[in-house]
Design a protein around this ligand. Sequence first.
Ligand code: IMP
Length: 175
Amino acid sequence: MTEKLDVLISAEKIQVRLQELAQQVREDYGDEPLLLVGILKGSYQLISDFSRYLGGEVKIDFAQISSYGEGTTSSGLVRFKKDLDLSLEGEHVLIVEDIVDTGLTLNHLLELFQTRRPASMRVLTLLSKPAARAYPARVDYLGFEIDDVFVVGYGLDYAERYRNLPYVGVVRSQP
Ligand code: IMP
C-alpha cells in the first residue's frame, strides 16, 4: 500500500502563525521568564521554531508520555516515558503540544503538572480537532483548528514517518 500526501497547512502558513502566536504570548506575559514544556515527540519542530520567535528569557524542557493502558502511575494520571528534568514550582509554564485530539493527554498532563505548583500554566497547540474532543482540555494559544482527519508532518507521524516534513499534510491511502 502506498500513501499520497495532500498539503493541509503550508510551511509558510505555519511560520507566519507561529510568529503571531509568539507576539501574542509576549504581549500577555511581558518580560516574565517562561518555561516551555514540549511534549515529545510531536512538538519538536514546533518548540524549536516557536521558541526562536518568542525571544526573552526562556527555559525549555521536555516530557514524553506513554500510550495509555489500563494501568496508570502511582499518581493515577499519566505514565511518563520521560518526565521533566526541571521543577515547575513558581514557573510560568507554557505547555507546547503538537495536536489536541480527544484531549485525554492534555487533560491528564494539566492535572498532574498543576500538583507541581507552577506560578501559572497555559497551553499552546499547533493543531486542534474540536470535533474529536472527548475530554475537557484547555487551549490558550491555538495555531489552527482542523477537521477530524489524520494529519502528519511538522512533528506529527504516521508509524514514525513524516515527522520531518515542514508542512502539515493529510495521508490518503491508495489501493
Ligand atoms: P489526545 O490525547 O487524543 O488529544 O491525542 C493527542 C496525541 O495523539 C497527539 O499528541 C498525537 O501524538 C496523537 N495524534 C492525535 N491526532 C493525530 C493526527 O492526526 N496525526 C498524528 N498524531 C495524532
